[in-house]
Unconditional design. Structure first.
Length: 246
């Protein structure tokens, strides 16, 4: 069964049909740049461009980088603040000609995909997926059950929001070495571990493709730390999973 997933990020919007039996993309994903400013109308147009690239005409799941309750956006840290209060499913559905749309937090989508098809498969206890990108997203699971909208990238770290200290955007903007960035990530993981005592951290986002460059540099964390198996496709897969009629 194929369902379409779209992952809205601070820098890019990507999507593809997903084979939900395999938990993998059914076709190579299509990506466009996130408009700046990332207004609701601007982003909706880009989502439509991604969907129309495939000629898709069925249910669609869409991730959003912020808190989503029902289908209403509650926070918008890395996109335009005009999103707050918007019924995203209604907006996107209207832009897509009435196609059924399901919207959920981006890291929650990636986490559900990793727990079903990836690094968290079969794991009990507390598992935390962290996505490092424009910001830091989080998905917290207890015995496989999601605690939605945790948004742990906004925890305070060294007097700043954690994602302003340890995201991959910060690494790129400040031209940090892998060692310097790994030190910041380690401090962040220390803080999250103190609060939640997880058995497993799954590190996701695009940087998970380069896990060998930084994960070995992170020492002293009690929890096991592994890269996301679905890497940066996890959000697309999780979005598609959320769109399956129940």
């Amino acid at each position: 069964m194929n369902v379409f997933g779209v992952d809205i990020g601070g820098s890019g919007i990507k999507g593809a049909p997903v084979d939900l039996e395999r938990g993998d993309l059914a076709e190579p994903r299509h990506k466009v740049l996130t408009p700046q400013p990332a207004t609701p109308e601007g982003v909706a147009g880009c989502v439509a461009e991604v969907v129309e690239h495939f000629g898709w005409s069925g249910p669609i799941g869409v991730t959003f980088p912020g808190v989503v309750t029902g289908s209403t956006i509650r926070t918008a840290a890395n996109v335009d603040k005009g999103w707050v209060g918007v019924d995203a499913a209604a907006l996107l559905g209207d832009r897509l000609g009435g196609l059924p749309v399901t919207v959920l937090n981006d890291a929650d989508a990636a986490g559900v995909a990793e727990m079903t098809f990836g690094a968290g498969r079969g794991r009990k206890g507390t598992v935390i997926l962290l996505t490092f990108g424009t910001g830091i997203g989080s998905a917290v699971f207890t015995d496989g059950r999601l605690v939605p909208n945790t948004e742990l990238g906004h925890l305070e770290l060294d007097g700043h929001e954690a994602e302003k200290r340890a995201s991959t955007k910060v690494k790129d903007d400040k031209d940090l070495s892998w060692e310097d960035w790994a030190h910041r990530v380690k401090k962040y993981l220390d803080h999250v571990e103190m609060l939640f005592s997880p058995e497993l951290f799954i590190v996701g986002g695009g940087v998970s493709r380069k896990a060998e460059k930084f994960l070995p540099l992170i020492k002293g964390i009690r929890a096991e730390i592994v890269p996301a198996e679905l890497q940066n496709n996890a959000g697309i897969v999780g979005a598609a999973m959320a769109a399956v009629p129940r």
